[in-house]
Design a binder for this molecule. Sequence first.
Ligand code: B12
Length: 179
Amino acid sequence: MAALDALTAAMREVGDAFGSGEIFLPELVGAADAMQKATPVLEAALRGQGKEKSNQGKVVVGTVQGDIHNIGKALVASLLTADGYDVLDLGVDVPSDKFVQAVRERRPDLLALSALLTVTAQEQRVVIEALRAAGLRDGLKVIVGGGAVTQPFAESIFADGYGESAVDAVRLAHDLVKR
Ligand code: B12
């Protein structure tokens, strides 16, 4: 996971440099683009390592409505895929009804929600409530993460797990999904 740590640290550094006015939006977007291009390379390398795993369970991932941050969520999807999960990535800015529809049609074992903005973290609650209202919450494990999310927040919205990193997402999947 050294490559993952290096990429994540580099992106944080770029974010800090942007925040302090050292670099500007084109550089930030360029770094984000490089990071997104690195993700499938990392996924392929991880898949080639160790024993081939498959059929670990079905997962749906997405960044919640109002939030267009893709990189962390894409890493979560890639690491889970590399670990043998069958992952459907719904993308970014995903409304709650789209999550509900995907869960209804696909019947995943796990739903992974990402939010990087303080304002959009609340959307994770909306998704969980919409799933409950649709009668789809029982038997489904929901994990949450992203810079705007904390363990106490995850507990307050009745998520089944919180992870600080994409590696945590894989650990949570192992713990929560029993096939
Ligand atoms: C890159 C970036 C962007 C890019 C996104 C490009 C893209 N295609 O994704 C662009 C330039 C588009 C962007 C836009 C904006 N951004 Co921005 N952005 C960032 C930045 C610099 C890096 C985010 C990133 O990719 N990090 C690298 C990845 C690998 O880390 P990560 O996303 O945190 O994900 C890891 C973990 O969180 C975790 N994880 C993530 N999801 C999940 C899910 C689960 C289930 C689990 C278990 C784990 C998990 O695993 C990942 C890998 O280990 C951050 C700064 C920062 N320090 O985070 C700001 C930041 C997130 N942005 C911010 C803001 C405010 C915005 C804008 C609103 C700016 C504006 N005024 O327009 C817009 C948002 C528009 C919108 N509606 O979404 C703020 C959010 C503040 C807040 N708390 O609300 C931040 C923190 C910057 C700051 N310090 O102010 N941004």
